[in-house]
Design a protein around this ligand. Structure first.
Ligand code: ADP
Length: 168
């Protein structure tokens, strides 16, 4: 039995198998959720990320969770919103799908996502949420290990958008 949950909270405290980081293409840390994850995981995360020499938008890389309660961190740079005509929806779906693919390969059963690209990257929340939920749903149909995917929402507006997409 697979499921999708939407909850309020801070993703760094998620005590499951994996959390996803809304990273940038350098993978060398930044603001928002990326900064929070690097602070909470500790400096060993920075050293681990250095070895990737970056990551293209929509792809994903995996590291240990280091000091976090989660076992693994999946790092994926979501698209920067321009006008919606530069492949942003497809790239956002790629971020979710490739992150889920990696967690599944590593045998994870529980994985948490932040709202990728809807902060500094300015992807409209009302468009991002349905893309995220649809991509997660599709993935769960053929997942080998992943059972529960949790959207951890940092503010009530974000939580409402994902709840609405989930109930649509
Ligand atoms: P992006 O650059 O992909 O837009 P941001 O980090 O700016 O990434 O924002 C993505 C989302 O993550 C926003 O909804 C933001 O409020 C949220 N966020 C920030 N810190 C945390 C956290 N500790 N846990 C969960 N979500 C967070």
């Amino acid at each position: 039995m697979t499921q999708i949950q939407v909850i309020p909270g801070d993703i760094t405290q998620f005590a499951g198998d994996a959390i996803v980081n809304a990273a940038n293409t350098t993978l060398m840390g930044g603001g928002g959720v990326d900064g929070a994850i690097h602070r909470a995981a500790g400096p060993a995360l920075y050293a681990a990320c250095e070895k990737f020499h970056g990551c293209p938008t929509g792809e994903a890389r995996i590291t240990s969770g280091f000091a976090l309660p989660a076992k693994y961190i999946i790092h994926t740079p979501g698209p920067v919103w321009r006008d919606g005509r530069h492949g942003e929806p497809e790239l956002l779906a790629n971020s979710y799908r490739n992150s889920l693919q990696l967690t599944d390969e590593y045998g994870c059963q529980t994985v948490a996502f932040p709202s990728i690209s809807t902060g500094v990257y300015a992807f409209p929340l009302d468009q991002a949420a349905p893309i995220a939920i649809r991509t997660i749903r599709e993935f769960l149909r053929t997942a080998q290990h992943v059972q529960t995917v949790t959207m951890v929402c940092f503010d009530p507006v974000t939580e409402q958008a994902y709840q609405t997409a989930l109930n649509a």
